[in-house]
Design a protein around this ligand. Sequence first.
Ligand SMILES: [Zn+2]
Length: 258
Amino acid sequence: MNKTALSILAHPDDAEFLCAGALIRLKTEHAYDLHIASMTPGDCGSVEHGAQDIARLRRAEGAQAAALIGATYHCVEESDLLVFYSERTLEKVTRLLRLVQPTIVFTHSPADYMLDHEMTSTIVRAAAFAGPIPNFLADRRLGAVLPGIPHLYYCDPIEGKDALGREVEPGFRIDISKVIETKAAMLGAHASQRDWLLKHHGMDHYIQAMRDWSAKRGQEMGVTYAEGFRQHLGHGYPRENVVGQLLGIGGAAHEVSG
Ligand SMILES: [Zn+2]
C-alpha cells in the first residue's frame, strides 16, 4: 500500500489542532509521506490585514508548519466562509487527491462548529469516492485515477461538539503524548492566528487550548495526550482501520467500530 497520508481541512491551522499528532506518528514510526492541505488561505483571519495580505501570510505559516515535520503544504484557494460543496471544489479536491495519491485521508467531522468545516468534510468525502472513477470529469484531466478509495477519517469537531452543542464521541483515540511538543511547535508557526484569536475571541491561549483538548482526549484513554477520530465506513469505502492498526488504539479497545 502506498504510504502517503493527506489531511484536507478548511483553514491553515486546523491540522495543527486536530490531526497533526497522528500525522507525525505516521511519518516517524511508519515512514509515511505527509501532505497537509487547507481549503482556504485563511483570508478572514485578521482584523488588521486585508484579505490578500493575511492570505499570503497564512499560506507561508501553513508551509512553515508543514515543513517542521517534512510535510508538503497545499492550498485549495477557496475563501473563508465561502467553502461550498460544488462542482468546482469537487474538481479541485479530486485533482489534489490524484496528485498526492494518498491511502489515508483526514478531514473534518461531518458535524462541526462552522460550515466551512462541514462543507470541507462533504467535499473530501465525495472527492475520495470520485478519485478512482475514470469517467468523473474525464475531459478536465484531473490526473491519474486512484487505485481505490482511500481510508477516510474524520477528526474531532472543534471542542468535540456539533453545532447544537452535543458531544461527538470519537470512534477511537490515538496516543500522541510523545509528539505533543512537535504538534505545539507546528501550531506556534501560525503566529498571525494567536493575534487574531486574541482580538476576535478574547483568547490568549492558542497553543494551550490545543494542549487542553489533547489532554482531555488523552485522559479518556489513560495517557497524557491523544487525538480522536472516526472512520468513514459507508459502502465502497475501505473499512479496515489502518490508522488504528499502525498507531495503536489505546484505552477501550472495543471502540474500534468507528
Ligand atoms: Zn477551521
